[in-house]
Write a protein that binds this ligand. Structure first.
Ligand SMILES: [Fe+2]
Length: 326
């Protein structure tokens, strides 16, 4: 087989008489001069492409209720609203590695069972008994404050046998999977898998009642960054760590920054997070993203509990986790 060269010939390249002439010829063979880049590829610290941003549950819930009138779960794979960080020019991600979405399921509805390589989890905001997720054939009930995992390639679908709409927050590492490209997805032949109730505590399920007991028995984290913090799993999933942080009334947490991306969602109480000098007030069900390398701290006048979703395991495994107290 004969090799055919396209673009500038070796003779033309070798005889380029000026840099401008060389650049023109290089562009015909997809080579770029490393000494004349339009922007540097190495820089002293993170450029912080994603800005901090907050989404409020009162608005998302109203929009989900409208979507409930306008689209059903037969047509939509999921009735969800994606938290798009438009400040980063993103049309999908909440941070560079994580995406969050509000989701709602109405009484009598089922969301089809499927599986995918991205890791997913949910934090329940409002639901009454009868709202559930089936993970690999096991039925897990969804009540406010509960956290459920559906890691890489686990089948999962949702249903609502109750009388009230069920609302929750999804968190997934889809932007990371998009970046690395190992995306796989398939629908379950048993579309509306009913599932059996778990015979023993499920490693995929962190009920709020248990979380409250653990938080009450825990002691404040010594650095002061996280208030009193407990972790789900160690970490919960290969790419993503999950924590519940109890903030003491009237006490600021210690300001710090980390290369990890953190998403915070209040489960109880109200307060604010100050990110790079700007205040973001929050209430139950809201989501605040503090992207990589933004200094921040939290405060709550009357005390609060924050759910924290972090890509720390990803950064740590790759050797990129750095933290700095402010
Ligand atoms: Fe899914």
């Amino acid at each position: 087989m004969t090799m055919t060269l396209t673009g500038a010939t070796p003779g033309q390249l070798g005889n380029a008489g000026s840099l401008d002439e060389l650049y023109k010829q290089l562009s015909t063979i997809d080579l770029g001069p490393g000494w004349a880049k339009s922007s540097p590829s190495l820089y002293p610290e993170p450029k912080r492409k994603f800005p901090p941003a907050i989404w409020h549950y009162v608005q998302a819930k109203a929009a989900l209720d409208a979507a409930g009138r306008l689209i059903n779960t037969e047509l939509a794979e999921r009735r969800n609203l994606i938290l798009i960080n438009s400040g980063a020019g993103s049309n999908y991600g909440t941070s560079s590695t994580l995406v969050s979405a509000y989701q709602m399921i109405m009484p009598g509805e089922h969301a089809r069972s499927h599986r995918h390589t991205p890791n997913a989890l949910r934090l329940i905001v409002d639901a009454e008994p009868g709202t559930y997720t089936v993970v690999d054939g096991v039925r897990l009930e969804m009540l406010p404050g509960d956290v459920l995992l559906t890691p890489n390639w686990c089948w999962h679908g949702h249903g609502n046998d109750g009388k009230a709409n069920g609302y929750w927050l999804d968190f997934l590492d889809v932007p990371l999977v998009h970046m690395l490209e190992p995306m796989f997805f398939e629908g379950n032949p048993d579309e509306y898998a009913e599932g059996i109730r778990p015979a023993a505590p499920s490693p995929m399920y962190f009920p709020w009642a248990e979380t409250k007991t653990r938080l009450a028995a825990a002691t404040p984290e010594p650095s002061g960054r996280f208030g009193t913090q407990i972790q789900f799993g160690d970490p919960a999933m290969a790419t993503t760590a999950l924590f519940m942080m109890k903030l003491a009334a009237g006490q600021d947490t210690t300001a710090y920054r980390t290369t990890a991306n953190n998403l915070y969602s209040p489960v109880e109480g109200e307060g604010e997070t100050v990110v790079d000098g700007k205040s973001y007030p929050w209430a139950r069900g809201d989501v605040l993203v503090v992207p990589s390398w933004y200094p921040h701290f939290h405060r709550s006048e009357k005390g609060a509990v924050l759910f924290r979703v972090s890509d720390e395991p990803t950064m740590s495994k790759l050797g990129f986790l750095r933290e700095q107290l402010q």
